[in-house]
Design a protein around this ligand. Sequence first.
Ligand SMILES: Nc1nc2c(c(=O)[nH]1)N[C@H]1C(S)=C(S)[C@@H](COP(=O)(O)OP(=O)(O)OC[C@H]3O[C@@H](n4cnc5c(=O)[nH]c(N)nc54)[C@H](O)[C@@H]3O)O[C@H]1N2
Ligand SMILES: Nc1nc2c(c(=O)[nH]1)N[C@H]1C(S)=C(S)[C@@H](COP(=O)(O)OP(=O)(O)OC[C@H]3O[C@@H](n4cnc5c(=O)[nH]c(N)nc54)[C@H](O)[C@@H]3O)O[C@H]1N2
Ligand SMILES: [Mo]
Length: 746
Amino acid sequence: MPQPDEPVIGPPKESAAGIPGILHGLRHALGKPGVTRGTRALLRLNQVDGFDCPGCAWPEPAHRSSAEFCENGAKAIAEEATRHQADARFFATHPISELATWSDHRLGQAGRVSRPMIRRAGTDHYEAISWPDAITFIADTLNGLDHPDQAVFYTSGRTSNEAAFCYQLLARAFGTNNLPDCSNYCHESSGVALSETIGIGKGSVTLDDIHDASLLVIVGQNPGTNHPRMLSALEKAKRGGARILAVNPMPEPGLLNFRNPQTPRGLVGGGTDLADRFLRIRLGGDHALFTAIGALLREWDAVDHEFVDTHTTGYDRYADTTVDWDVVLKATGLDRDEIHAAARMFADSDATVVCWAMGLTQHTEAVATIQEIVNVQLLRGMIGRPGAGLCPVRGHSNVQGDRTMGIWEVPPPWITALETEFGIRVPRDPGHHAVAAIDAMRTGAARVFMGLGGNFAAASPDTAVTEAALRRQDLTVHVSTTLNRSHVVPGRVSIILPTLGRTEIDRQAAGPQFVSVEDSMSRVHTSRGRLAPVSPFLLSEVAIISRLGRALLGDTIPWRDFEADYRAVRERIAAVVPGFADYERRLRNGGGEGFTLPHPPRDARRFDTPDGRARFSVNPVNPPVVPEGRLLLQSLRSHDQYNTTVYGLDDRYRGVKGGRRVVFCNPADLAALGIAPGSRVDLISEWTDGHDRRAEDFQAVSYPIAAGCAATYFPEANPLVPLGAVAKRSHTPVSKAIVVRLEPRP
Ligand SMILES: Nc1nc2c(c(=O)[nH]1)N[C@H]1C(S)=C(S)[C@@H](COP(=O)(O)OP(=O)(O)OC[C@H]3O[C@@H](n4cnc5c(=O)[nH]c(N)nc54)[C@H](O)[C@@H]3O)O[C@H]1N2
Ligand SMILES: Nc1nc2c(c(=O)[nH]1)N[C@H]1C(S)=C(S)[C@@H](COP(=O)(O)OP(=O)(O)OC[C@H]3O[C@@H](n4cnc5c(=O)[nH]c(N)nc54)[C@H](O)[C@@H]3O)O[C@H]1N2
Ligand SMILES: [Mo]
């Protein structure tokens, strides 16, 4: 619901990080949890070995002297280390109907949920419940379902490998593959595109490849805010002579210039100019752009014929395609010279890495777009070569590891090994991905929703539909650290199970435990918390799942051993999941630096496709159609948020202070629409079903965004996206290209 907010708009910044960056981060980290706990948090966690920042999935450099911190990592840690507690008294004071009117920011500020809470049917309050009673209630409800497929087991991407493995085991042993996760909203399109073309759904580069690249292409990604540590890698590559091509509808400060707070050069002077060339592309124009770049490279015969002949299939069909330049120029909003110059950068580089994130994955044609990038990289032989490759930059710190551990609505390839290891039978029919889960929940086909982390109500599209779907459940269960919107959109009965965060000491029967995670570049390593838990009532995720497993399925699976000692879980992972042999020992390599999972294309130019070759694909260009007088709107992240967790109300780099209800528009569009910068507008999205959706009261901000395009923040924009608006084949909601009209408010 709209919160009155009156942001003050200043000019966007021209560079990222530097002194304001560190100070801003420290203010959050030090100010929030109370000075001592905040300082201790950062100092204690700043150890060489064994802590994985929950901020993002960008890898830590090997052989580092201390943990690498960035401003936004500090904010993530401060959020978790907060002293504020949503305790039993808090819930007694605030009925759920009142909490439902709070903003996401205010809900998050309430802090950590400190003991298990239940909202019983027909009441308006959460009340405390004991762990055994909560677990029994959930198990009894699940066992009372007519069919296991009536349950949905969602996961967010902070969950450790150990917890993820146990969770998918629980769901599958129970009898369902209904394992949607935040990846369905995130990099699913990358997974689909890469699996089909190179035979593995993960990126093909290591951090060294970024450092050694001669061309880095950053498409649809805002590293200054969302992967700040990536900027250090870009700076290092630049100093080694790399060039950078940035493709984005917005001139994101972090892409253009970087002041590195960890080097003296970052503290004084002008910092490092990052992008050598910036293409201010129209939303959804990348598909057309990469077909054009591919065509130019073929025209110039800048083709690695040896690679193409030896390792690929489908080149002839691909080479037969022609480019309609009118379509390309209209779709991209760029001119021919700019595209030529960009293609030249590819032609001149012998080591190119292409990085991308949500700016590509959350479009209707996301899979086709990413496959067009694969085409260009194959054409140039840029896979399995040092300093080159494909780099989908993942979001949540362990989202990639969760998928490796089997958090997936599709039964993983090692499903038979899982069955043999545990003596279970698992159905082979795929379960629900996230959007299908909402559909099942709203029609009553699903009756229990459980979320291991995350904030399903606020992260999902079509807010009204998603909320109604959650409310229709017999039971909603959230394993959570902090309070969030999903807790105030309860099923008939709703339970919150409070859990330890990544920063906290996890002590079990066998002693202190660590967990393991996989970063965006397939490196698996340990993470150990060092802070005292904020409340004595918290259980670890592994403990919660294990206890639920025992209550639900009995002791045929050694749940007790899993909870007592996570080595017992890792032993089973080693036995079941390919690439994890000798897991325990390899995790301890190099004092906790861990190991990198095999990636056949990267390691040996081997492609696990039906014919053992990487595939060129032909993807007809199909750019978004925008009627006259309408704009193409994307939803993105501000500098002061982590997905649905809103740390603060500023978006420093984009010049916004004190509010979030803004819509960034090109000045020429505002003039043409007769809307004065600073005035208030409603956003109405238009869909072919004839059903308009409205989000009210945004301040129009004049911004150097590509013409015809607009941007606003997620999750405020989620009501504008209907459930059915998803990317082809990956089913990812199209959060980045929504046709809208702006209506001035009276
Ligand atoms: N501090 C912080 N860190 C985070 C997160 C966070 O919320 N806060 N979230 C984490 C998660 S889960 C994820 S997935 C990542 C997200 O990381 P990003 O993908 O960087 O996140 P967004 O804010 O969605 O930014 C999308 C970027 O793509 C651009 N873009 C949008 N549409 C297009 C397009 O059609 N073409 C091109 N070329 N560009 C386009 C936008 O202008 C914007 O710069 O970050 C992770 N890290
Ligand atoms: N319109 C629009 N919608 C989007 C996007 C967009 O760009 N635009 N982006 C999408 C993307 S990329 C993603 S990844 C999803 C994110 O979807 P989710 O992963 O579901 O959402 P988050 O906001 O990351 O989840 C935050 C909550 O996780 C809980 N939490 C934090 N740490 C832990 C932990 O260690 N353990 C447990 N159990 N809980 C924890 C806290 O209670 C917190 O409130 O949103 C998607 N939705
Ligand atoms: Mo994400």
